[in-house]
Design a protein around this ligand. Structure first.
Ligand code: AMP
Length: 249
């Protein structure tokens, strides 16, 4: 079984993002970039499925600038087998990403595409769902447990007030939630080994996909600054402020 894992290069989750002064987006100059955390969880899960003998090959694919190759190398150092970089300097929206991933799926015929539930830069939470629709495959989103057996994927999902378990007939699209696993760190020997693993470089045009944006970002703004707190003298004063100033009780 082949598993395809799309991985996105995003601003590192520890970085406090700065909005550009003209409010057109986030300033990426000299900012640390890393693999999207939910994609790391997807890579880890694919590796665990390979270690269990359920999967034979893990292919990672990233759509982005030349530097997205580093993100692919990180996944290869964790244990993926080979990579595909679909190189573009343009911003690629979830629909275009999903169309490109569909083209890769048509070429590679994986039985499962394991994506992050969301990329922490755009917070779109759309790509997996759109890909499943384009492929006409079943989807299990926000997986906190995945079991593959007998041509089915049993996916446990965290939903409001409990857990839902779905049985999907493979091939299927699954997106990962935070509690699925804890990704491993790549060991030094594996980082060295990853340098020799193959990465194929392509362009969106190779797949005949039009990646022109369909959306216009009107404005990106910082959240309002938090005002400094104050100390109250008594419980009565606290209750009064909560009631009459904050209006929360
Ligand atoms: P999103 O729908 O943008 O929140 O992203 C959800 C998931 O789709 C990510 O965790 C990735 O697995 C995948 N994805 C989104 N954009 C890209 C990209 N440019 N390259 C590779 N995978 C992507």
């Amino acid at each position: 079984m082949k598993i395809l894992v799309p991985v996105k290069r995003v601003v590192d989750y520890n970085v406090k993002v700065r909005v550009k002064p003209d409010q057109t987006g986030v300033d990426l100059a000299n900012v640390k970039m890393s693999m999207n955390p939910f994609c790391e969880i997807a890579v880890e899960e694919a590796i665990r499925l390979k270690e269990k003998g359920v999967a034979e090959e893990i292919i990672v694919v990233s759509i982005g600038p030349a530097q997205a190759q580093e993100t692919i190398r990180t996944a290869l150092a964790m244990g993926a087998d080979r990579g595909i970089l679909i190189q573009t300097d343009d911003a690629v929206e979830p629909l275009a990403v999903a169309k490109l991933l569909k083209a890769v799926v048509d070429e590679e015929n994986p039985e499962i595409v394991l994506l992050g539930k969301q990329a922490i830069d755009g917070d779109n939470n759309q790509t997996g769902q759109m890909l499943a629709a384009l492929l006409d495959w079943p989807q299990g989103t926000f997986a906190s447990e995945i079991e593959l057996a007998d041509g089915k994927a049993k996916v446990t999902r965290e939903i409001d007030g409990g857990l839902q378990t779905l049985s999907l007939t493979l091939p299927a699209v699954v997106t990962t939630d935070l509690r699925l696993n804890e990704p491993r760190y790549a060991s030094l020997p594996n980082i060295m080994k990853a340098k020799r693993k193959p990465i194929d470089t392509k362009a969106p045009a190779d797949y005949g996909v039009d990646t022109a944006p369909r959306l216009t970002v009107v404005k990106v703004a910082e959240p309002p600054k938090r005002e400094a707190g104050i100390k109250v003298e008594s419980v009565a004063e606290l209750v009064d402020k909560l009631k009459n100033e904050a209006g929360v009780i």
